[in-house]
Design a protein around this ligand. Structure first.
Ligand code: RIB
Length: 299
């Protein structure tokens, strides 16, 4: 069983020819709402791949919150312990997506920002019963610090997506089995300018292993030794939630396959997520991931 503690956002996505620079105005082509938030995306990603998934977090008692919960339920995710807040709105993310598929994101946490230690206490027995726990940093860092500090050793296996990147020095990094930054986050976390040194610093700080999601350069796994998984060729439409697809798939695969194979399979899920617009609408099913992983065409 996979547990995700994290954010749920309504994504407000504007398609632009290129992401505006500071002080610049560019014409947008379209504006759409998509279900998103790194936590909810990772929960949906794992559920679409066949896992039994519980999502924990908070939304506002508002139409965005309702739509997010409906979406999670429709994908079979258990949301019975998600709390709907009267005093906070559902989190939102403003996303610009340019023609290359690259994006830039600004989040307003809203209810996600109220996921606190008291909430962790209320759900802790269910988190501790998980096989794999997926975390990201769109809920307060203090909450993640508190939860990791309470977890027993060994189980659940913890996969932490350090996004958005922030100072991790207060985190009990020894309780993180797999850290999954993208390349920008990996360098920002460590203030270093090459991936190998940055990963080395995190490993020395106690992280079990580092899996760096490097987009068109594939993925890099840093553990006792370093390994590279090349990217799978797909036609990129929108990179939003590709990292979430990767993490959801990694959580499923890590229980079933070798680490190297799990990263290859998760890379297929991440690649497929770039071929469709939006966060949750782009998350693939197991048949499609298996097909791309085995070298088949993208449908
Ligand atoms: O990882 C993609 C997600 O980041 C989007 O769905 C958006 O909500 C932001 O949280």
């Amino acid at each position: 069983m996979i547990v995700v503690l994290g954010s749920a956002n309504m994504d407000v996505v504007t398609e632009v020819s290129r992401i505006p620079r500071p002080g610049e105005t560019v014409a947008g082509k379209s504006m759409r709402h998509y279900l998103g938030g790194k936590g909810a995306n990772q929960a949906v990603a794992a559920a679409r791949l066949g896992a039994s998934v519980f999502f924990f977090g908070k939304v506002g008692r508002d139409p965005f919150g309702e739509r997010l919960l409906e979406g999670l339920r429709a994908d079979g995710v258990d949301v019975t312990a998600v709390e709907s807040m009267d005093e906070e709105a559902t989190g939102t993310a403003s996303i610009w997506v340019e023609e290359s598929g690259e994006n830039a994101i600004a989040c307003v946490p809203g209810a996600n920002g109220t996921v606190d230690a008291d909430y962790v206490d209320r759900i802790f027995h269910r988190v501790a019963a998980a096989d794999v726990l997926l975390l990201q940093l769109e809920i307060p860092l203090d909450t993640v610090v508190y939860l990791l500090g309470r977890l027993p050793r060994g189980r659940p296996l913890v996969i932490l997506d350090p996004s958005p990147a922030q100072d991790l020095s207060r985190l009990p990094l020894r309780r993180v089995d797999v850290l999954t930054p993208n390349r920008t986050e990996l360098l920002a976390l460590t203030h270093m300018d090459d991936m190998e040194s940055a990963a080395g610093a995190l490993l020395r700080a106690g992280v079990g292993s580092v899996v760096c999601k490097a987009g068109e350069d594939g993925a890099f796994w840093f553990g006792e030794t370093a390994h590279h998984v090349p990217a799978l060729p797909v036609a990129v439409v929108d990179t939003t939630a590709a990292g979430d697809a990767f993490n959801g798939a990694l959580a499923c695969a890590i229980m079933e396959r070798s680490m190297m194979d799990a990263i290859r399979w998760a890379s297929a899920a991440g690649a497929l997520a770039t071929t469709k617009a939006g966060a949750q609408p782009s998350l693939p099913c197991r048949t499609d991931v298996d097909r791309l992983y085995r070298g088949g065409a993208v449908s």
